[in-house]
Design a protein around this ligand. Sequence first.
Ligand code: SAM
Length: 448
Amino acid sequence: MSSLKRGTVHDVFISEFSPHGVGVGLIDGRRVGVPQTIPGDLVRVRMMTGHHGIKIGKLVEILTPSVTRSASVCSHYPDCGGCQLIDVPYERQLAMKSEVFYSVFDESLHSVIQPIIGSVNSQFYRNKMEFSFGLSSSGEIIIGLKRRGQFDQVVEIKTCYLQSQKSNDVIRLVQAYFRKNPLTVWDYHRFQGILRYLTIRESKSTGKMVVTLVVSQECGEILQPLAVELTSEISEVSSVLMAVHEGAADTAFTTSYAPLIGSGLLTEQLGHLNFQLSPLSFFQVNPVQAKILYDCVRSAAKLTGSERILDLYCGAGTIGLYLADLASSVIGIEENPQSIRDAQTNCKLNGIKNAHFITGNVRQVLKETSLGADVIVVDPPRSGIVPKALSRILAIGSPRLVYVSCNPASFSENLAGIFAAGYRLTSLQPVDMFPNTLHVECVGTFEK
Ligand SMILES: C[S@@+](CC[C@H](N)C(=O)[O-])C[C@H]1O[C@@H](n2cnc3c(N)ncnc32)[C@H](O)[C@@H]1O
């Protein structure tokens, strides 16, 4: 019997997916999960520490690819860690996602699962990307994405198929600029160096872009000529911002920014509404598909014009505002104050008079305020709804509950509590928001 100790190397045939979308194979009768693999791959793995009771192997090499894989359009795949499945034809990706989705739920619920809705675009669909600065083997500044499985190495990106061709022009220009005007690059081991991330946010409806340089120290004067070059050379770039992140944490997220050129604001259209996006607020990354997701919520809510809607975990209020014309009132609750400010701005921008937003933790707000509702929409973070918040939500007793989830596994963990409160699941709609990954979004409709 071979040892599955950490660090040992094994060859394994991947035979199925786990409910989390991880390829699984057997080594000496023991199940081993191998992220980034699909059924049919024969792979070499190095054993890691177990996770959720399953042994995990880190992919070292695909020895024989699954017949499902074909030539990737992207020359950086699989070195670049940005995509999991870009070498799998999109129709086959959808079939895989559907298979993983069904495996999460008890068979008694399979009859309410609807066919998965595919993404209109499987390439160039994202409105936001965070590229990293790094150094090539010859010491030149490069911009790209993290090497698969390596937090401290960057693969230089010439063409990324996730955002837009124009975003590739931005990468090229910024990289060329820093090769002529070098600054130090962030070192992931010594926690020093200036250049960290290049974030590009783009409106899919206007084509305008906001470019943010995430640096470890204030250097606005040095970056100003780059901002001028970007806006004069690429007409779609409407703002260039500097965001300072000094800490060791490897993230492009900051709580503030300084404009070098422009306001940092973008406008995105979703169906009948326009949304203003401020640099720090959350927005769905696939806006074309977000409209389709929100249309699913709109039909699940079965509104007649007289309903009071509660939009919980509402972000910038996008779902509630999208439903407001069919409701008597909308109340949104969200803990991020910046998102609530955006929700209020978007409410005014669209002339909506029947929506109101509350800043706070869902559990706390529902404990302190007595709110009635005919339809409750929930869209919690990946971890799902914590039991105490779920009890408060269910105690309202709305006849209809629409649950939007980006994580079918945490959604399924909330099911027992929802059923115990007298609801039944009448429809479960998977929607693909993230082509080339195994993530699936879903909309569950519950009725009393
Ligand atoms: C998946 S996002 C949903 C956003 C929005 N519905 C949309 O479609 O853009 C989840 C939101 O829940 C918020 N959130 C997380 N935990 C929360 C809590 N306990 N109370 C209130 N809001 C919370 C996050 O800040 C985030 O904006």
